[in-house]
Design a protein. Sequence first.
Length: 180
Amino acid sequence: MIAQEQVSDGPGARDAGPMADGPGEAGSLGSFAAPVRTPGEEVTMPVNGRSHIRVARPSRDHSAAERFWGGGLGLGVLWRAEGGDEPGEHDLLMLGWPDADWHLELVHEPARPVEPRPTEEDLLVVHVDGPVPDDLVARLEEHGGKRVESPNPYWNEWGVTIEDPDGYRLVLCRRAWSNS
């Protein structure tokens, strides 16, 4: 059995409150109708630009993935758990930068492995806001990555595309990005 991560009850956590008994009743999980609001009433969304994002996907080999994402790109191990050999027990590896609002979760279930099925358009793009350092590309390749051409000429012009050991693509883009 794996250790489970703690769910925060701190700032931003919400109490679901009492639920109605039947599907479709106001407040029930089965209700998909939007709540009735008066004109001009402000709506508070539970998610926003500061909400943490977890990119979860299967991995064949956590050691190879850790070499690439950790040793190659410099992500730290945020969480690691070994499940077991029974169905439903997962090995988890979470990698990220401590100050980032996102992280990768790599999952492997030994009893029923899910084969990664990336496409050439499954991209994790990191904007480096300047030239992509050749030594970073070399380090990613030395840690199990494979430099590839993108089918999208934009990424070939503005960045470097590298496949991780599971075939998912990392793009190091020399352009800056801001949502504002």
